[in-house]
Design a protein around this ligand. Structure first.
Ligand code: DX5
Ligand code: ZN
Length: 223
């Protein structure tokens, strides 16, 4: 099923609670929360306390994207803060399988992400335990970058493998997703779409979300 996950990175941080509520009212499925530590990526955003502070402002699924060096050490904090899906990077320094197990033990859904230069094969050993694979379509660290079409081969490979194994794993794409790129990603087999600038930068967020959704639905169902 197609899901739209607006990234609060492009929102007004001084009104994060209201912005989250606004996304729910605008028809979003998830709220994408980009956690950056200034080590794994050259930028710092926010951590578990900030996520906790908005947990009671919206009923949206909290889709937490950890761009941090040692995710394993912080899984419980994010669970307690209200995360529903926790995605970490396979390139981080935590042992991947142990980190997935920890997320599942906490009762969250587990996602694993790969940067543009990381091969799809890196996540295959973990696939059976995952709810989601996040294929980064830009180098992680900043919003507002351009979509990298060369990452689509990995989306295709992963979708093929998920089908071959008969699994129910979502493929998320993140970075430069807008009405010009969403169809390409959906046609390759992605079904969860993160959008920062395209939603928060739009005059009408509800329209931006529904436009992205209908473009994605059409392209995905044609595959
Ligand atoms: C980038 C983040 C993205 C970012 C996307 O490192 O993971 O979630 O907010 O922003 P846009 O949609 O503006 O490219
Ligand atoms: Zn993200």
């Amino acid at each position: 099923m197609i899901k739209i996950s607006p990234s609060v990175l492009a929102s007004d941080f001084s009104a994060l609670g209201a912005e989250s509520k606004r996304m729910e009212e605008s028809g979003a499925d998830y709220l994408h929360l980009d956690v950056m530590d200034g080590r794994f990526v050259p930028n710092i955003t926010f951590g578990a306390p900030v996520i906790k502070s908005i947990r009671n402002k919206t009923g949206l699924v909290f889709d937490v994207h950890l761009m941090i060096d040692k995710p394993l050490e912080y899984i419980e904090d994010f669970k307690k803060a209200g995360a529903d899906i926790i995605t970490f990077h396979v390139e981080s320094s935590s042992p991947a399988e142990q980190t997935v197990d920890k997320i599942l033990e906490c009762g969250c859904k587990a996602g694993v992400s790969i940067k543009p230069k990381t091969a799809a094969e890196e996540v295959l050993p973990l696939l059976d335990k995952l709810s989601m694979v996040l294929v980064m379509t830009v180098e992680p660290g900043f919003g507002g970058q351009s979509f990298m079409p060369e990452t689509m081969e990995k989306v295709k490979t992963l979708r093929r493998e998920i089908e071959r194994r008969g699994l129910d794993v979502d493929i998320q794409v993140d970075g430069g997703i807008n009405e010009k790129t969403v169809e390409t990603a959906a046609a390759a087999g992605a079904n969860v779409f993160v959008a920062g600038s395209a939603v928060f930068g739009a005059e009408n967020a509800a329209k931006a979300i529904s436009d992205l959704r209908s473009l994605a639905e059409k392209a995905y169902s044609a595959t």
